[in-house]
Every structure is written in structure tokens, then in C-alpha cells.
Ligand binder design. Structure first.
Ligand SMILES: [Zn+2]
Length: 351
């Protein structure tokens, strides 16, 4: 394994950011390649500790000469967000200087050619970081962006062009659900990793061997040694299943038996009132249309001071908020519905 350190210039003299890149060489030029990154939203750490648990497995495979394709790993993808604290609270989701989400405004290239990246020499440190992450990842057959939700199941976002080809990946990783999307107007990292291939010739696009996904490793508090170990095993199985690592002890994964939900089926359930949330449901639960999802206590002790929220359709609870305070209009949870949402929001992944 080789470690290099990337350096991103800051926005003023004397400020710079660094992050490590860990690389394993592959011995077989024809084998696929993989890129894994974690903590692009810098406070989302289940993927960071999963990578930490994965490394000894990769080191063993390297020592036994079982690594076929090159593997590039960026365990801390966002040194800018990692360093941001505001009044004592870590702020890893938005760049405090620009209010830009760290997982938005990635360049969506017309073809998978890093020479098309925009000139960002004057663009700000976060844009320089985004360009560099695209450069590091572009061209890899497997690109995994490890995130987590507030509280949630383990699930994957996958572009429709890669489904059902990636059913083996979902099965190998042992995740709970898959959300399929088709449009990215905001420039997520995942979008920057798959949209350039949409108009590429079939021999470049290779959707049968390409795997690109935003991995939502449950909730922000699910940073736990046992979960990290099982997620690392899932990542390892994926690398074996896709031919990057040789390991005959790992069975072949083909079909995924969990729920596969189009993004249009997700109901986000904006809260009608500001207040304290009393949830009736938690991630993994099934609900029927009309079931109560939550009660918002907005005027405690007063007549009419509680407002109930009901399921607009039947489905699976994918996530809910980690904090119990909410403003009117903020989303209460993600309900992966059995049918299209009446409130379907196009495009964006809420990761
Ligand atoms: Zn995230």
C-alpha cells in the first residue's frame, strides 16, 4: 500500500488543506479498478471507520498477491469540512464560506475526460477540492462515495443506467434497500461519476462492469466497531464479486432481494409546524396509508397545540431525523412508497 498526501490551496496565504490517498496496485491490467471515498460530508463517519476496518483485509490480500485491480482509497475526502466548527458545533455538510453543500456543484462533464474539468484556479478551495476528487475517481470502474443519513437503514443511491447490473453489488454489501435516480441537475459527486458515461460509446460506458453509488451507511450516530466490521466485509465482498480481489472463499453474489425504489416514490414529509417531533415510526418499519408517522408538539399544553402527520401511502420508512426539533417545511423522514409520491421532487438526492 502506498500513501500520498494531496494538498489543496486555501483561499488566503498561509492556509492549505491536506488529505491522504491510499493506493493498492493491481497485478492484472485487464482487471477493473476501484475508488472509495468517505466523509465528503465531513461529519458522516460510518464510512471512515468501515474503511479503517477494511484496510487489514486489503493488506492481507496484498501480502498474498490477491489484488488484481488497482484500489484508490480516500478515507477523509473533505479536509475543509473536517476543520469547520461554528460555535463549538462541527459543520461538515456545507462550506461555511459559500453555503454550498460539499456534495453539490461538482462539475458534470460531457464525457469521462478529466481534461474537461473547469479552470478553478480562482474558484475557491472547495471547488479545487471537488476537481481533485473527480480527477482521482474518474475512469475507475467502481466508485463508492460513503455517506450516512440522520437515522436510517443502510441503502444505496444508484443511477438507473446501472440497474439491475449492480444487483450483485447491493447483495454483496448486505445493504437494506436501493433507491434509483435518473437526473442530476445539482452536481453530486455520484452524478459527476456517472453522468459523463451516459453518452459514451458502449465500450467506454461498460454499464455491465461499472458500479457507482452513494452509500448511505445508516445514521450519523452509527459509528460503531461491529457495524464497521460488517460494512468492511460488505465492501470486501463487493471488491471480490467485481473481480478486483481474488478470494475463492467468498461466494458469488447475483441477485438483490431487498426493496428497490425509484426516487419518485420517496415521500419526504415536510413538517406542517415548527416544534418537537414525537415519532411513531423508525427506519425499517412498514407503514400503511393513513398510519400516523409523527406528532409535532408546537404549542405545548394548548388546545390544538399538537399536529399529527399521516402516511400518504404505504411503504417502508427509510430514514428519520436525528434531532427532534423541526421548523415548518423541513422534512420529517423518508418514506419509500410503494407508488409514485404525490409530492415527487425531481432530481436531487437528499444524501
Ligand atoms: Zn452525506
Amino acid at each position: 500500500m502506498q500513501k500520498t498526501v494531496e494538498r489543496i490551496a486555501g483561499d488566503s496565504e498561509g492556509v492549505a488543506y491536506e488529505f491522504p490517498v491510499l493506493r493498492f496496485e493491481g497485478k492484472d491490467k485487464a482487471a477493473p479498478s476501484a475508488y472509495l471515498q468517505a466523509a465528503l460530508h465531513a461529519g458522516e463517519l460510518p464510512g471512515v471507520v468501515a474503511i479503517d476496518a477494511l484496510m487489514p483485509m486489503l493488506a492481507k490480500a496484498e501480502a498474498e498477491s490477491r489484488i488484481r485491480g488497482p484500489i484508490t482509497i480516500v478515507p477523509w475526502a473533505n479536509p475543509i469540512g473536517r476543520a469547520q466548527y461554528h460555535f463549538g458545533e462541527h459543520q461538515g455538510r456545507f462550506n461555511l464560506g459559500t453555503r454550498t453543500n460539499f456534495n453539490r456543484s461538482f462539475p458534470l462533464l460531457a464525457t469521462p475526460d478529466a481534461r474537461l474539468l473547469p479552470d478553478i484556479s480562482l474558484g475557491g478551495a472547495d471547488r479545487r477540492l471537488k476537481n481533485r476528487l473527480v480527477q482521482l475517481s474518474l475512469g475507475n470502474d467502481i466508485v463508492l462515495d460513503l455517506h450516512c443519513d440522520d437515522e436510517g437503514l443502510a441503502y444505496l443511491y444508484i443511477h438507473t443506467s446501472l440497474w439491475p447490473h449492480m444487483a450483485d453489488c447491493a447483495a454483496a454489501m448486505g445493504i437494506d434497500a436501493v433507491v434509483l435516480w435518473s437526473e442530476d441537475t445539482d452536481g453530486t459527486f455520484e452524478g459527476a461519476s456517472i453522468m459523463p458515461y451516459q453518452n459514451a460509446p458502449a465500450n467506454v460506458a461498460r454499464f455491465d462492469r461499472r458500479a457507482v453509488t452513494t452509500v448511505e451507511y445508516r445514521g450519523i450516530l452509527d459509528v460503531d466497531a461491529a457495524l464497521a466490521a460488517s460494512d468492511a466485509e460488505g465492501l470486501y465482498r463487493l471488491l471480490v464479486t467485481r473481480g478486483i480481489i481474488q478470494d475463492p472463499s467468498i461466494p458469488k453474489f447475483e441477485t438483490f432481494s431487498g426493496p428497490v425504489v425509484p426516487l419518485e416514490n420517496i415521500d419526504m414529509m415536510p413538517s406542517p409546524k415548527a416544534g418537537a417531533i414525537l415519532y411513531d415510526v423508525k427506519p425499517g418499519g412498514r407503514v400503511k396509508k393513513g398510519d400516523r408517522l409523527a406528532t409535532i408538539v408546537h404549542a405545548p399544553g394548548e388546545a390544538g397545540g399538537r399536529t399529527e402527520v399521516f402516511a400518504p401511502q404505504s411503504g417502508l420508512i427509510l430514514t428519520r431525523r436525528a434531532r427532534r426539533i423541526i421548523r415548518a417545511g423541513e422534512d420529517l423522514l423518508k418514506l419509500a412508497g410503494d407508488a409514485r409520491s404525490g409530492d415527487a421532487r425531481s432530481g436531487t438526492l437528499e444524501d
